[in-house]
Design a protein around this ligand. Structure first.
Ligand SMILES: *[C@@H]1O[C@H](CO)[C@@H](O)[C@H](O)[C@H]1NC(C)=O
Ligand SMILES: [Zn+2]
Length: 513
């Protein structure tokens, strides 16, 4: 089990051999007897570390070796520049002010073209870039009002008297009003600010803003025509970023139309499924999407029990489209998973769970212990698992049982768990070959788009500077094999992915440096 111990044991045997070997040749004196052993040992340790780390045991196939040299040239250049100027290192900077510079990185541009497989942890209301949602505020029948200093938006045919509603289109006819209201609207849709470290001074400030954005955009993207386009756009942003498949976490929003009609959960799931089918028809090489029914963990027990009943119903009616169940929200403020353990335990044989767990820095708290409940409840994957290194039993268990940890680097940084992504615990998971996928959580809220930004942060900031194209390949493969697609679907998906991968490798190989 312990490599170092067994190597040192080997070394004592080797020493004898080496001594024999060396004494049989002429230049004994110039080497000394312990020197070769030391370097042999050192190399073996490095080699062992490489093989264990993500992608480290994959052989180079086809043209991958040459393509890799292109990629690594840029990676090494970028890292060695930052090594001399540490404040330039992008994963060490807050994403909210670094994303523009990330877009200029050659490594990032290569990653954009790389077939990344699947997004397995993204929240429906945050999967689309804020610019798109902002544009949706130019549609007809959108009203605005101000309530306790907060702006509200809602589509109506005729607005109710509940608030002093104004047709947004009318307000925008006045240039000055338009400018100030547009500014307020766009700021209310994103976490992006110029000085994120000061504005989001601690974890709760970030989370409060985060929740406020959801409240603000919910009525905009809940209007049925927008909701359909929004879902389609979410798939499109991923597809355009070379993602083939998604598992989308959603509490199933209450969609509405102009006549005040509200759609129930079944109707909404049906709408999302039809949009997915339409998207697949428009993009035949797209594999698809499934929903993970995900509710807030701040709710009463009765409510959560109701949601558990609901997911059983939804799974029965949409067996291929509903992947399973999860609970989300700021974990430190929510209830512990063990609150519903008995109920969930009974369900675990018939329902896949994808629990957010251990998204915390608070060692030994209930939030931290959620990791233990998650695996006891047979979770298929763990959302974040940020605290997992503190729980060796859980770590061993997920390795042995191939439970993937869904790493969402940018989310953890923006929401205040870690400042410099080199300190992210995912580094150790990459080093140890723990099953992991990289995902994006809520890209639309922080100026990210689809998956490439998180891949970039993981590849540059969290993996070894020696981690190469095989690590990215393994991440893509992981995202497919740890998905909730069926066995045959996984085989088909891997086939589609592989042909894209080969094209990508050939293009990269032929690219001039
Ligand atoms: C928003 O609308 C503007 C103006 O029509 C357009 O140029 C831009 O591409 C749109 N942005 C998105 C993300 O759809
Ligand atoms: Zn999440």
């Amino acid at each position: 089990m312990n490599l170092l111990l067994s190597l040192i044991h080997d070394l004592t045997i080797m020493k004898v051999n080496v001594v024999l070997f060396i004494s049989s040749i002429a230049f004994v004196s110039s080497l000394g007897t312990t020197t070769p052993n030391y370097w042999v040992l050192r190399n073996r340790i490095l080699q062992d570390e490489e093989v264990k780390s993500i992608g480290g045991d994959l052989p180079f196939e086809g043209e991958e070796f040459i393509a890799n040299e292109r990629l690594m040239f840029h990676k090494k250049t970028e890292i060695s520049k930052a090594f001399l100027n540490p404040d330039e290192f992008l994963p060490a900077r807050n994403f909210l002010e670094a994303f523009g510079d990330i877009e200029k990185s050659k490594v990032f541009q290569i990653i954009q073209k790389l077939p990344k497989g699947a997004v397995l942890h993204v929240h429906h209301k945050a999967m689309v870039h804020a610019d798109w949602i902002y544009n949706a505020t130019f549609r007809d029948n959108l009203y605005v009002c101000e309530n306790n200093g907060k702006l509200l938006l809602h589509f109506f045919r005729t607005p109710p008297r509940s608030c002093n509603w104004h047709l947004l289109e009318d307000l925008r006819k006045n240039r000055n009003v338009a400018q100030s209201i547009n500014d307020r609207i766009s700021k209310a849709m994103t976490m992006i600010v110029e000085n994120p470290q000061e504005v989001y001074s601690h974890i709760d400030v970030g989370w409060n803003k985060f929740e406020e954005i959801f409240d603000f955009v919910t009525p905009v993207i809940g209007y049925r025509p927008v909701a359909e386009d929004h879902f389609y756009q979410g798939l499109k942003e991923s597809y355009d970023d070379n993602v083939l498949y998604l598992e989308i976490k959603t509490g199933i929003p209450k969609l509405y139309d102009l006549d005040g009609r509200q759609y129930n959960d079944h109707e909404v799931v049906d709408i999302f499924e039809k949009v997915t089918q339409r998207f697949k028809k428009d993009h035949p090489d797209f594999i698809g999407a499934k929903l993970i029914y995900t509710k807030g963990r701040m709710l009463s027990d009765a409510k959560v029990h109701g949601y558990i009943d609901k997911v059983v119903e939804l799974k029965r009616d949409f067996p291929d489209f509903i992947a399973g169940f999860d609970l989300a929200g700021q974990e430190d403020k929510g209830k512990a998973l063990r609150s519903w353990a008995e109920r969930l335990n009974k369900l675990k044989t018939q329902m896949n769970f994808f629990f957010h767990a251990g998204e915390t820095n608070w060692y030994g708290t209930s939030t931290d212990e959620n990791l233990i409940d998650a695996v006891l409840l047979n979770t298929k994957r763990i959302g974040h698992g940020y605290a997992i290194l503190k729980h060796q039993n859980v770590l061993e268990y997920v390795k042995r049982n191939k439970i993937a940890i869904e790493l969402c680097p940018i989310s953890n940084q923006v929401l205040g768990l870690v400042k410099d992504l080199r300190n992210h615990p995912g580094s150790v998971l990459f080093a140890e070959g723990v099953p992991v996928v990289v995902s994006n959580d809520d890209p639309g809220l922080w100026g990210s788009r689809a998956l490439s930004y998180d891949f970039y942060e993981a590849f540059m900031g969290m993996m070894s500077s020696n981690a190469d194209i095989r690590a990215l390949k393994q991440l893509a493969i992981n995202s497919i094999i740890y998905s909730s697609l069926g066995k045959n679907e996984i085989a088909d998906a891997l086939k589609i992915w592989r042909s894209k991968w080969i094209d990508f490798v050939n293009d990269l190989k032929n690219e001039p440096n």
